[in-house]
Design a protein around this ligand. Structure first.
Ligand code: FRU
Length: 490
């Protein structure tokens, strides 16, 4: 083991016991210490699900990237494992960037991006990115002596040597494939496809897709997988421009439903859509479960919104893993069914009437910050319906449906922020015949909303003091709702 990995493991071991369990989320993956970003290496290995992530154990801000590691059997209860990769070689000394994993002949194969600070002939420093392999047993990983296994030389002439990262590996029959993000000769984003017989020697196959300057520049963190009868490409573009309510400025996570032309090795895509319409969701990655479900998790943070309170020993939360399905060429996302096993203390209310005159309505037993709550509202006679969450002493985060606009808006203006950060985001929702169904997951610092059985997801983080656990409802006009709420206990 290298000194750097040794040091990271010793450091996290010493520090993590000092992080009170209660300071973390209950059913969402967080690190015990340090900074995390993108999910990496989400994979099934020897019957368990492993999730690695971009990790800087030594502080709560981004730094030289390691791979942190946890595993789970049910996507809800996570077990800490020692840091898996440290930036400790001549080809990845500036960072082990994002990547993926696959099981092969009893071994766990990690594919990641090595970042190297290089002095060019003209004296400029550049950060070269190459693709590397590490092989392990679920705890310890050895980097291949032949690393890096793919360099930018393999890409079409003129492609960037600095922006070439985030390999997504998978196996089809006896062949390994991988896609990675890169910048083409014109500076726009492209996804390169490679193949290999042994995961050691790789060959360039094709530019699977290229964005031609549309949908941002570099497409980070590609994921490419079959779903039902279609093929899905998920990418996380940098530098996007807002378009209506579909895309926002900066880093987005978007997907395309399409088909995969295996002969030509090209992806034929349809429309682009946002994966999640909240304030914080990036770099999602999927895994196929033993029973054939496609499950996705993303980093609950936006690169431009850093909210973590200074006193926290950790920064970064992964979304609830979501089962993916397709309906009318749209991704349907619902929390993994395993979550239902952790529901406790059911509270339900039927036929609650709300009126403008009555003002804010609280319901008996309905409060909390660690919960799974479904609200089915009749909004046919109301112009607006608001859910007031994480409320108390000057705090609240609201979720408002406005009939005139046809939108649902998250607003965390009063979530206790001390910085001038982006606080609202809206999306169009379909109130079918005046009915809107909202499933809300809250886990202290998270709010994830699933609309109409997974038609849309909207995720944001809030760092409101956990004591602010009030929940109330208000409307313009009249409305009625049924509600069922559970506490989640893990
Ligand atoms: C996306 C990303 C990746 C990169 C990693 C570095 O959030 O920028 O492209 O591999 O983060 O931490």
């Amino acid at each position: 083991m290298s000194e750097k990995l040794d040091r990271a493991r010793a450091y996290e071991e010493e520090k993590r016991t000092q992080t009170p369990e209660g300071s973390k989320c209950v059913f969402h993956l967080t690190p015990a210490v340090g900074w995390i970003n993108d999910p990496n290496g989400f994979s099934r290995y020897q019957g368990e699900y492993h999730l690695f992530y971009q990790y800087h154990p030594y502080s709560t801000v981004w730094g030289p990237m390691h791979w942190g590691h946890q595993k789970t059997r049910d996507f809800i209860k996570w077990e800490h494992l020692p840091c898996a990769l440290a930036p400790d070689t001549g080809y990845d000394g500036q960072g082990c960037f994002s990547g993926s994993a696959v099981e092969h002949e009893g071994k766990h194969i990690l594919m990641y991006t090595g970042v190297l600070d290089r002095m060019e002939d003209d004296g400029r420093h550049t950060l070269r990115q190459t693709q590397c392999i590490a092989v392990g047993d679920g705890i310890n990983y050895e980097k291949l002596p032949e690393n890096p296994v793919i360099t930018a030389q393999a890409l079409p002439e003129g492609s960037s040597k600095e922006d070439f990262r985030d390999p997504r590996i998978w196996k089809e029959g006896d062949t390994f494939y991988a896609v990675a993000g890169s910048l083409g000769v014109d500076g726009s984003g492209q996804i390169a496809l490679f193949s290999s017989a042994d995961a050691g020697k790789w060959r360039f196959e094709s530019i699977l897709d290229a964005n031609g300057g549309r949908y941002g520049k570099m497409w980070e963190c590609p994921d490419f997988f079959p779903l039902e009868d279609s093929q899905i490409l998920i990418v996380s573009p940098q530098f996007m421009h807002a378009e209506g309510l579909e895309f926002h400025n900066g880093n987005n996570a978007i997907y395309f439903v399409g088909s995969y032309d295996r002969e030509k090795k090209k992806f034929l895509r349809k429309e682009a859509r946002s994966v999640d319409y909240g304030l914080d969701f990036y770099a999602p990655q999927t895994v196929e479960t033993a029973d054939g479900r496609r499950v996705m998790t993303g980093w609950l943070q936006s690169w431009d919104n850093y909210l973590t309170p200074e006193e926290f020993p950790w920064s970064g939360i992964m979304s609830i893993p979501r089962e993916l399905e397709l309906r009318d060429d749209r991704l349907i996302q619902n929390p993994v069914r395993e979550l239902e096993r952790y529901r406790q203390n059911e509270v339900s209310h039927k036929g609650v009437t709300l009126s403008e005159k009555a003002g804010k309505t609280e319901l008996e037993g309905v409060r909390g910050r660690v919960l799974d709550m479904t609200v089915e509202a009749d909004v046919s006679r109301s112009d607006a319906l608001t859910l007031h969450l994480a409320a108390g002493e000057g705090f609240e985060t609201t979720l408002t449906y406005e009939k005139g606009k046809g939108t649902l808006t998250t607003d965390r203006t009063y979530s206790g922020l001390k910085k001038d950060l982006l606080c609202t985001r809206s999306m169009y929702v379909d109130a079918k015949e005046g009915k809107l169904k909202l499933r809300l997951l809250m886990d202290k610092y998270t709010l994830e909303v699933f609309v109409n059985d997974g038609e849309q997801a909207m995720s944001s983080v809030i760092f409101t003091p956990p004591e602010a656990e009030g929940i109330a409802f208000s409307c313009k006009g009249e409305s009625s709702l049924d509600l069922v709420m559970y506490e989640i206990m893990v």
